[in-house]
Design a protein around this ligand. Structure first.
Ligand SMILES: Cc1cc2nc3c(=O)[nH]c(=O)nc-3n(C[C@H](O)[C@H](O)[C@H](O)COP(=O)(O)OP(=O)(O)OC[C@H]3O[C@@H](n4cnc5c(N)ncnc54)[C@H](O)[C@@H]3O)c2cc1C
Length: 134
């Protein structure tokens, strides 16, 4: 069997709205993403004759036109398209990572207070000077 190895920074499998959005973002990050299109360019929504619920399109747009625009927009930022389908993916060693994994800390207490909700720490909620939960 004749195989050729290519290395890419970003490979996106599928060209539906999710894939094309990823292509736009990673394209804008100058990562030159490669989109493997799959059997349906534009994904499922490309089959829809009328899309009425897409933000910024107050008039009806066809799914084909919508995804055509998405594809061109991502291409403008360097996305490339390979009209092929993926047959297997080996993620046994995880995605390639040039740097050690980082941890993201979420502070539910802070965000919940912004939303006017009780703190996430239900066991011992801090008291405010007025007696309410912080
Ligand atoms: C008829 C119809 C009408 C719809 N109308 C609306 C609407 O009006 N408004 C709305 O908001 N939503 C609508 N939807 C829902 C909308 O289409 C989906 O929410 C949306 O397409 C999901 O996008 P996605 O990118 O996650 O996945 P998908 O659109 O499913 O895209 C998956 C992509 O992956 C590719 N792929 C699959 N396997 C492989 C493989 N092995 N290798 C490479 N690529 C592969 C496919 O070819 C495709 O490009 C409609 C759906 C249908 C079916």
């Amino acid at each position: 069997m004749n195989t050729e190895t290519k290395h890419e920074k970003v490979v996106i499998i599928g060209s539906g709205p999710a894939g094309l959005t990823a292509a736009l973002y990673t394209g804008r990050a100058m990562l030159s993403p490669l989109v493997i299109v799959g059997d349906q360019l534009g994904g499922q929504i490309a089959l829809s004759a009328e899309v009425e619920n897409y933000p910024a399109f107050e008039d009806v747009i066809s799914g084909f036109d919508l995804t055509d625009r998405m594809q061109k927009q991502a291409a403008k930022f360097g996305a490339r398209y390979d009209y092929d389908r993926v047959v297997s993916v080996d993620l046994t060693h995880g995605p390639p990572s040039p740097s050690p994994p980082t941890t993201t800390s979420i502070r539910p207490r802070h965000s919940s207070s912004l939303l006017g909700l009780p703190p996430a720490n239900w066991a011992s909620p801090a008291k405010t000077p007025t007696g309410g939960a912080a």
